[in-house]
Write a new protein. Structure first.
Length: 63
């Protein structure tokens, strides 16, 4: 079973759009996270997210 983790920086309307998108299966959830970085590479993670080239969701793995 998967894990749901909260995030900030999005409006209530943004979240509702994402939920609707997921419910209608418009995009497989597994394809939404496009890059995962370790905490040591956080600057690169931010640079990737800011550039937004071929990026949907950038995650920093704190484990």
């Amino acid at each position: 079973m998967g894990q749901i983790v909260g995030a900030s920086g999005y409006t209530h309307e943004d979240i509702l759009k994402v939920i609707d998108h997921m419910n209608k299966k418009k995009t497989p959830i597994a394809t939404m996270v496009t890059q995962v970085y370790k905490l040591d590479d956080i600057q690169e993670a931010f640079n990737t997210a800011i550039a937004a080239k071929e990026t949907i969701k950038v995650v920093v793995d704190l484990t």
